[in-house]
Design a protein. Structure first.
Length: 253
């Protein structure tokens, strides 16, 4: 039976303050929980209903698993339709950003992305296109926000995210920075080379002025219709797709 202390802890993790305090975040859903079970993340504990346990299948014995009733589970779930499985996962504390790991590939830089759904979609998109690292500004929404975790559909368990002071990071950059800007060269006429950073800006303000001066190449997605702007997650997908197209063309050509 779930104690009041357990319920209080789990529900408190909806807020960044308590995620930071306890170094834990919540993962919900059968598929997502299994993704983290089979990742490098350390599982603190799994709570699941009888039906949820059956769907999870065989869980490593080292992971604590507690059976709860559906009524109890409804008290800790943040989903409108609970799936019967919830994991408390430890937030990595020793993930170092090694510049050598960024060489020879493209990585994303996110400047103050605010919407959890956007960040979750970007993480999922990055994994789809084989991008391993995402560099986030300190002002970007917390990747361990439950809405972000849910939107990644498990991709968070395999993507490396780093929160840094972007101005300091960009000053030390050793690779070209391609910035998504309205007045740049067409994405379809830009050679992204074999390595570098793709910088995406805030939903309402774009890339901040202090960072624009550090952009080596301004790139835009040509507008054909009358829409005023593109959603940042959609724009990121287009950039990742074009990167992949170019890489495949170079590989095959």
């Amino acid at each position: 039976m779930l104690s009041k202390a357990q319920i209080s802890l789990i529900t408190s993790l909806q807020h960044k303050k308590y995620r930071t305090q306890h170094c834990l975040f919540v993962v919900e859903g059968i598929k997502s929980v299994l993704e983290f079970v089979n990742s490098a993340y350390k599982i603190n504990k799994i709570f699941a209903t009888v039906e949820g346990i059956a769907k999870l299948g065989k869980i490593p014995q080292i992971i604590k698993l507690e059976e709860v009733s559906e009524h109890e589970f409804s008290k800790i779930s943040s989903l409108k339709t609970p799936q019967g499985a919830l994991a408390l996962v430890e937030i990595p504390q020793d993930l170092q950003l090694n510049f050598d790991d960024l060489q020879g590939k493209h990585s994303l830089i996110l400047d103050d992305i605010q919407d959890p759904g956007n960040l979750g979609t970007i993480i999922r998109t990055a994994e789809w296109f084989g991008i391993e690292n995402i560099i986030c500004s300190i002002g970007t929404v917390d990747a361990y926000n439950p809405k972000v975790v849910q939107a990644t559909m498990g991709s968070l368990s395999r993507i490396k995210l780093h929160y840094v002071e972007l101005e300091e990071f960009i000053e030390k950059k050793q690779l070209p920075v391609f910035g998504a800007l309205l007045d740049g060269s067409s994405i379809y006429e830009t050679d992204f080379g074999k390595e570098g950073f793709i910088m995406m800006g805030n939903e309402g303000n774009g890339i901040r002025k202090s960072l624009i001066s550090q952009v080596d190449k301004a790139v835009t997605i040509p507008r054909v219709g009358q829409a005023e702007s593109l959603n940042v997650a959609v724009a990121t997908t287009i950039f990742c797709s074009e990167l992949t197209r170019q890489n495949m063309e170079k590989k095959n050509g």
